[in-house]
Design a binder for this molecule. Sequence first.
Ligand code: C2E
Ligand code: MG
Ligand code: MG
Length: 238
Amino acid sequence: LRQLRSAIQSGQLELHYQPRIDLARRKPSGFEALVRWRHPQLGLLPPAQFIPLAELSDVIRPLTLWVLDEALGQLAAWTPNSPSIHMAVNLSARHLMDDACPTQVQRLLKKHGVDPARLELEITESAIIADPERATHTLRRIHDMGVHISIDDFGTGYSSLSHLKRLPLNALKIDVSFVTHMLQNEQDAAIVESTIALAHSLGLSVVAEGIEDEGTRLRLNELGCDEGQGFLLGRPME
Ligand code: C2E
Ligand code: MG
Ligand code: MG
C-alpha cells in the first residue's frame, strides 16, 4: 500500500483501454479505462493484484482521481476525430460514501473540457448495498450533472431490485461469467436473456462483457443487447 501511494505520484500506473462496440451498427461506441501498475520489480500488475487492497484503504481515492484525470485527458485528445465516443471508468464503493466525489468529477470534466454525457461511471452492486441511501444520494448528484451511470458485473452481487429501481441508472453490464459460455450453458443463456429484458423494460441499455466468439456476438445481437465488450471485439490496449 505504501508503494502504491508513491506509484501514483511517480507515474507507475497506466491505463489500458478496451473498446465497447455498438452491436447493431458494428461500430465502436466507447472505451473502458482499465488500470495497470508497471511495478519496477514485479512487472506489469493486473488490477486484481492491487485494487482490492487499495479499496480497503484510502489509497483508492487518489488512485481513482488519477484514473479519471488520465482517462478524460485521453478522451479529450481523441475528441477531434470521434466526438460521439464515450469513456467508462470504474468507481469504487468508497467514493459513493464521499460527499466530495461529485465535485471532483465535475472539476476533472471541466479541466479537460469533456461533455459530462461522454463519461460513464461503472459501479458494482456491492458498492451500493454498503449504504444504499448515501450511494443513491451521491449518484443522483453525479447523474444530475449529465454523467452516465452503469452497474458493472450485474448479476454477481447481492443488491435487491428495490434498491436498483431507485438508482439513477443508464445501463447494466452483464458479467463476463454469464456471457462467455452462454451458448453452451442453458442457465447462463436464461440469465443473459432475462437481464436484457429486465434492463429494457426499465428503460436501461445493456452491455455484455466477455464476448469471446462470433456465435456469442451474433446471439447477443439477436437478443437485442445494445453494446458488447470482449476479447473478440478488442482486448484492453495501451
Ligand atoms: P471490470 O470492470 O468488470 O472489467 C472487465 C474485466 O474483464 C477486465 O479485466 C477485462 O480485461 C476483462 N475482459 C474483457 N473482455 C473479456 C473477455 O472476453 N473474456 C474474459 N475472460 N475477460 C474479459 P481487468 O482489466 O483485469 O480488470 C479487472 C477488474 O479490475 C475490473 O473488472 C474492475 O473491477 C477492476 N478495475 C480495473 N481498473 C480499475 C480502476 O481504475 N478502478 C477500480 N476501482 N477498479 C478497476
Ligand atoms: Mg468495469
Ligand atoms: Mg465487469
